[in-house]
Design a protein. Sequence first.
Length: 375
Amino acid sequence: MKKGFGVFFDSTKITSGQRFFDNLNQELLPSQIELNQKPTVILFNVSAPIKEIIKAKIRRQRVVLRVDGLYSDKLSPAFISTFKWPLRTLFSIGLKYKRAHNFLAFWANFLSENYGGFLRILLADFIIYQSVFSKNVHRPYFSNKKSDIIVNGSSITFWNESIVKSQNSEIKLITIYDDWKPAKRVHDIVEFVRWCWENKNISIHLTILGYTGKVPFCVPQAEEIKNTIENSTFIRTLPRFKGFGDTFRDALLESDMYISFSYRDPCPNAVVESMAHGLPVVGIASGGIADIVGNAGELLPADDFSNGFFSTHRFDCDFPSIDFEQVLSLVIRVKDDNLMYRERVKQRFIDDLSIKVIASKYKRAMESISIDANK
């Protein structure tokens, strides 16, 4: 084996945090050892093929695993309906008896999605979590694993140096759409903007990037939400995208701030990428968002475990309520001092979020493990 580290990345496969991991791999290329030279350490994404991780273990290479979230859905009729008999009957017991809920919810999530991630983590020598939240949801199962926390970063940096504070009272929000993850809570953002117009008579415009015309199945009044998105004068939509071309780039640069109500997301890359375009963030301090935003925005405090470890995520929409009055006060605060918040965004990238800074943290971690492997 050759002392040093390599990165397992297959550009033909869709991975967890694809754009970030691709950027990270490119930034680490000058320091990497090719995998065919058998480096002492290999960095894998959590979505990497298990067989490749097993091969590395057989060759006695150290495995560093980048880990994002963990499925922790509470038991509900919608979740249970995804299983066949007899598991459906077994997990239904958790709905009737509260004492059995957490035990059965663990196994339901394990069999549904978590088994692959658990196996990869068990095989790994070192874990890199994407946020404090990411580490906390894994802590009950892997508390003794050596680990570090490194948030996602971005190689995109579009700083508009000519920004002048707008005298227009109109507030321009932007967000990125997700039609299959109810926990992104884009439907609540739409409701917030409509509430501002109808209840406060405040001119707020929302741009939704990546709109598909689909609304998560569990969203209350889904057709009404869809109608609001597609027919309101205060909402603009742009279709799905793979990269930030001119139209999408301009939409971000023209906005005052990015808004996110995402719930228990370990490290939403959309937030990082919006900040890379100079935007401060307003939202909820849920999941790993606070780790990313820091002081470059305003977030409502949140307790992701106030209702227990297992919660609404993929199958239901009964999320914690959001105080629109408080959100509006944060939006106005960021609008009124937009230049100051944008300067803070820049500083966040200089200190913590640029891909060069992030890659240096990964490099230090893997070089340290490589040194230990050769002792």
